[in-house]
Design a binder for this molecule. Structure first.
Ligand SMILES: Cc1cc2nc3c(=O)[nH]c(=O)nc-3n(C[C@H](O)[C@H](O)[C@H](O)COP(=O)(O)OP(=O)(O)OC[C@H]3O[C@@H](n4cnc5c(N)ncnc54)[C@H](O)[C@@H]3O)c2cc1C
Ligand code: FES
Length: 259
């Protein structure tokens, strides 16, 4: 884990709500693994917000650079939107434990709901580099909110799409696509990795359990300290409470006691 002053290289608008922030901080970029996160502090002149916010590592461009994909929510993301090339921000990371794909699967299905795409792109890239077969399922409200189709095509992955209004891909959810895929490919050894809203992950867990397929999920808990001290990010598991910031954010879906 490092604390670095990361230099802003680019801060680009991707959709009406989402931005891509490219940063340089060599230790973090070198060490980060898919599914890990960074704890970022950006404050105004009144030192607000005081607490750091967690963001997944979206990609590492080379050994010095990495990117984040962020959705506008509150104070920190508003300040992030204003960042310009050359600005410096305080970043701690990489933190937590990331995705753990086995070497045995024939196919790796990645299921991204909305901004859940942020950690999964990095995993897709690593799997594609290792010549694994990746099926990337992406969902959003409308076609204008879908993220990173161009980036995925650059790593030769054609995403399978779902939108709530049917403006691109199927009209439905990523879990409809996941369910169809697992039903049609019953004989293959498949592993699934998912990130997105809690309800989406719970449903993905149900589908994968029914299909007898291993699933890992990235739990998007609200965090404060980010390093296992405040106990604010507890996740109920079959082995007692675990901390999303330290034991996760990636967990085996079968271990979680879904609310
Ligand atoms: C491990 C991890 C990785 C994350 N990665 C990303 C990422 O790559 N990109 C991204 O855009 N966001 C990510 N998030 C969520 C991000 O940390 C929050 O959206 C953050 O609070 C935004 O800060 P803010 O100050 O702009 O908004 P805040 O003022 O903190 O929050 C605004 C509103 O969003 C709610 N909120 C805050 N955090 C969450 C949350 N985790 N889930 C649901 N609602 C929340 C708050 O209750 C509040 O109502 C991640 C969260 C975790 C735990
Ligand atoms: S955020 Fe403090 S223990 Fe996880």
């Amino acid at each position: 884990m490092y604390q670095e002053k990361a230099t802003v290289l680019e801060n680009k608008k991707i959709t009406s709500q989402c931005y891509m922030l490219q940063l340089r901080a060599k230790n973090i970029a070198r060490e980060a693994q898919p599914g890990q996160f960074l704890h970022i502090r950006i404050s105004n002149k009144n030192q607000k917000p005081f607490l750091r916010r967690p963001f997944a590592v979206h990609n590492t461009e080379n050994k010095n650079e990495f990117s984040l994909l962020y959705k506008m929510r509150g104070e920190t993301t508003k300040l992030m939107r204003e960042l310009k090339k050359g600005d410096k921000i305080d970043v701690i990371g990489p933190l937590g434990s990331g995705f753990n794909p086995s070497h045995e699967a024939q196919k790796y299905v990645l299921v991204a709901g909305g901004i859940g795409l942020a950690p999964l792109f990095f995993l897709a890239k690593k799997l594609a580099d290792d010549k694994k077969e990746v099926i990337f399922v992406c969902g959003a409200g409308t076609k204008n909110e879908l993220l990173c189709a161009k980036e995925l095509s650059q790593i030769k992955i054609k995403p399978v799409l779902a939108t709530d209004d049917g403006s691109r891909g199927i009209k439905g959810s990523v879990n409809d696509l996941l369910n169809n895929y697992l039903t049609k490919n019953r004989k293959d050894k498949i592993e699934v990795f998912a990130a997105g809203p809690g309800m989406m992950l719970k449903e993905a867990a149900r589908i994968c359990k029914k299909a007898g397929v291993r699933l890992e999920v990235s739990m998007d808990e609200i965090m404060a300290c980010g390093v296992g001290v405040c106990l604010g990010c507890a996740v109920k598991t079959k082995n007692g409470y675990k901390l999303a910031c330290k034991d996760g954010p990636v967990f085996k879906a079968e271990d979680i006691v879904w609310a």
